[in-house]
Design a binder for this molecule. Structure first.
Ligand SMILES: Cc1cc2nc3c(=O)[nH]c(=O)nc-3n(C[C@H](O)[C@H](O)[C@H](O)COP(=O)(O)OP(=O)(O)OC[C@H]3O[C@@H](n4cnc5c(N)ncnc54)[C@H](O)[C@@H]3O)c2cc1C
Length: 325
C-alpha cells in the first residue's frame, strides 16, 4: 500500500515537484529545507550596495525544456526566453521558478536534517536550526528536534548529502549513491558602475572561466544596472575549491579582466559563492531511488543528468514508484 505520511527533505526543484504531485493524492506531507527560501540551486542572491538592491542568479543560469512536463512548469512560472529562443530564465529572477512551484506549500525552512532514525513504517527526522551550522564553526551542541513518525522519507538533495543521511538507516542505498559525481563551481557576482563592452553571454572552453553572463540583460531585470555572474570552469573550480571566497573571487575577476582585453572598471560589489555540488558529472543512471519495503527514497537531477529538467523528471519517476508501492 502506498505510504500516507511522507516527509520530503529538500525543497529544490525535485522536492517541490515531488510535493506538488503527491499533494494530489490522499497523503499527509511535510517538507523541510535548510535554506532561508525554497529553490536550492535555482538560486538568486539579493544584496544591497551603494544604495541599490542587486539580484544575482548565482546558481542555474538558464533552463532548457526537452519534455512537456518541464515546459509546462516553465510556462506556469512565466519563464521567458534568454539569451535566445532555445533557453529560458525565471522572471524577474531565477528563484521565481521554484517560488511558483512552492506557492501554497507549507515548508519548514532553515531546518537542517541531520539524522534519520526509526524503521519501516515509523521513520523519524532529527533537525537543527540551520543558522547555527556554519562552516568553520563548532557543530551546535543543542539536541536536535525530532519529527515523525513518517511512513516514508524522500531525500531530495545532492547525492552525497542524501548518502550521508541514508548511511545509518539504509547503508545499501547509501552505497548505490556512491557512483554519482558532481562538478563544483565558483560563482562570482559583480556589479559595475558602467556598461562593459562584452556580449551578454560568454562560454569559454579553456582557462579559469567557463561561463559569464550579464545578469542585468535578462528579461524583467533592472537594465540600468550592470550585473555579471562569472563562473569558474569545472577544472579550475575543483583545483581552487578550498580557497577563501575573497581569494577565489579576486582570481576570477583577474581572469575576467584578461578576457575583457586587460582591464575593467572597479566593481562596486564583488562576492564569490562556492557550490560544492553544482552540475552532475556522473549520474546514477536510474530515474530515482526507491526502496518500497523500507519506505525510503531519493530524487534529484543527479539521477538523470546535469540540468534542472532532470530534477523534475526524477521527481515524477519517484512519485510513480511511490504510488505503485
Ligand atoms: C552554478 C550552477 C549553475 C547551474 N547552471 C544550470 C543551467 O544553466 N541550466 C540548468 O538546467 N541547470 C543548471 N544548474 C543545475 C540546476 O540548478 C539543478 O539541476 C537543479 O536546481 C537541481 O535541483 P534539485 O532539487 O535536484 O537539487 P537542489 O536544487 O540542490 O535542492 C536540494 C535542496 O535540499 C536542501 N538540503 C540539502 N541538504 C539538506 C538537509 N540535510 N536538510 C534540509 N535540507 C537540505 C538544500 O537546501 C536544497 O534546497 C546549475 C547549478 C549550479 C549550482
Amino acid at each position: 500500500m502506498p505510504p500516507k505520511d511522507i516527509a520530503i527533505v529538500g525543497a529544490g526543484l525535485a522536492g517541490l515537484a515531488c510535493a506538488k504531485t503527491l499533494a494530489a493524492y490522499d497523503v499527509r506531507l511535510r517538507l523541510f529545507d535548510k535554506g532561508r527560501s525554497p529553490g536550492g540551486r535555482m538560486a538568486t542572491r539579493r544584496v544591497e550596495a551603494e544604495g541599490q538592491v542587486l539580484n544575482f542568479d548565482h546558481g542555474a543560469q538558464y533552463l532548457t525544456a526537452h519534455g512537456a512536463a518541464f515546459a509546462a512548469a516553465l510556462d506556469a512560472a512565466h519563464a521567458q526566453e534568454w539569451p535566445d529562443a532555445g533557453r529560458r530564465v525565471g522572471v524577474p529572477r531565477m528563484s521565481s521558478v521554484p517560488r511558483a512551484l512552492a506557492e501554497g506549500m507549507d515548508i519548514d525552512l532553515q531546518r537542517q536534517v541531520t539524522q534519520i532514525t526509526g524503521g519501516p513504517g515509523a521513520w523519524y527526522l532529527h533537525h537543527l536550526d540551520a543558522r547555527l551550522i556554519r562552516p568553520g564553526r563548532p557543530f551546535p551542541t543543542q539536541a536536535p528536534e525530532r519529527e515523525g513518525p513518517f511512513d516514508a522519507v524522500v531525500l531530495a538533495m545532492p547525492a552525497p548529502q542524501a548518502g550521508a543521511l541514508l548511511a545509518g538507516p539504509a547503508p545499501h542505498l547509501a552505497a548505490v549513491l556512491e557512483v554519482v559525481r558532481f562538478e563544483p563551481c565558483w560563482a562570482l557576482m559583480l556589479a559595475f558602475p558602467q556598461r562593459l563592452d562584452l556580449p551578454d553571454a560568454i562560454r569559454l572552453e579553456s582557462g579559469p572561466i567557463g561561463w559569464a553572463a550579464r545578469d542585468s540583460s535578462k528579461p524583467g531585470r533592472d537594465a540600468n544596472q550592470e550585473l555579471w555572474v562569472v563562473q569558474g570552469g569545472p577544472a579550475w573550480s575543483r583545483e581552487h575549491l578550498e580557497l577563501e571566497a575573497e581569494q577565489a573571487g579576486t582570481l576570477l575577476l583577474e581572469a575576467f579582466a584578461r578576457h575583457a582585453g586587460g582591464s575593467l572598471p572597479a566593481p562596486f560589489y564583488k562576492a564569490a559563492h562556492r557550490w560544492r555540488h553544482a552540475l552532475v558529472e556522473v549520474p546514477l543512471g536510474a530515474p530515482c531511488l526507491w526502496d518500497a519495503s523500507l519506505g525510503l527514497g531519493a530524487t534529484g537531477d543527479w539521477c538523470i543528468g546535469a540540468r534542472a529538467e532532470a530534477a523534475v523528471d526524477s521527481a515524477a519517476a519517484l512519485v510513480a514508484a511511490i504510488r505503485s508501492s
